[in-house]
Design a binder for this molecule. Structure first.
Ligand code: IMP
Length: 193
């Protein structure tokens, strides 16, 4: 049996760890939060203009502090009619109700995509990254009680329901994060060698 590899996540959020563990399936990893690794809060600024810059800053900070292989991720929602906003600033934008109000009057389809960048720092100092995307549109109203963030207003291409209506069993394998994790598997497998 392959020994699991220990990987630090550049977060203190245990929910993110549980979600990633689930997305990794049977990949043999022992995931740690920053707290598990005995790291205090690292106040990493996220001044970047791209998801990749921000994820890289976090991976470097936590990786160099711990010496452990470190994964970080950064996600955002990019709305075509808003020139790609809120994008890298999605966490600070104000929520799905605000987005629906801002887009009022703009005819369907209001194209948008979620993107997730995952960066891996390894103790030899190298950085690698992958990206996952899911294309879709913003609905004219909030739909569905499940999910979080912009799930109630994001309808992925090929479906007539929002992420919030579809639920995690349908969402996770096709989501930006799910696709990024799948894309990350080869670089994670290299850690097992
Ligand atoms: P984070 O980088 O994963 O923390 O994502 C930044 C922000 O994007 C979050 O605060 C959410 O508002 C939004 N977001 C990211 N992923 C999703 C998702 O899967 N569903 C809904 N909103 C998301």
């Amino acid at each position: 049996m392959t020994e699991p590899v220990t990987i630090l996540l550049s977060t203190r959020n245990r929910g993110k760890l549980v979600e990633l563990q689930h997305l990794l399936g049977d990949f043999p990893a022992r995931l740690l939060t920053a707290e598990d690794a005995g790291l205090g809060h690292l106040d990493v600024a996220e001044p970047g203009e791209t998801l990749l810059e921000n994820a890289t800053l976090k991976a470097l900070a936590y990786g160099q502090a711990s010496g452990l292989p470190t994964l970080s991720d950064d996600s955002g929602l990019f709305v075509e009619a808003l020139g790609g906003l809120p994008g890298v600033n999605t966490a600070y934008y104000g929520g799905p109700a605000k987005l629906v109000a801002v887009l009022e009057g703009i005819p369907a389809p209001r194209r948008a995509y979620f993107a997730c960048v995952i960066v891996l720092w390894t103790p030899d100092g190298s950085l690698q990254h992958v990206e996952g995307r899911i294309e879709g549109q913003i609905t004219p109203e909030l739909r569905g009680a499940g999910g979080f963030g912009y799930d109630p207003v994001f309808m992925p291409d090929g479906f007539n329901e929002t992420f919030a209506e579809l639920g995690v069993e349908v969402k996770n394998p096709i989501s930006h994060r799910g696709r990024a994790v799948t894309a990350a598997l080869p670089m994670l497998r290299a850690l097992l060698a």
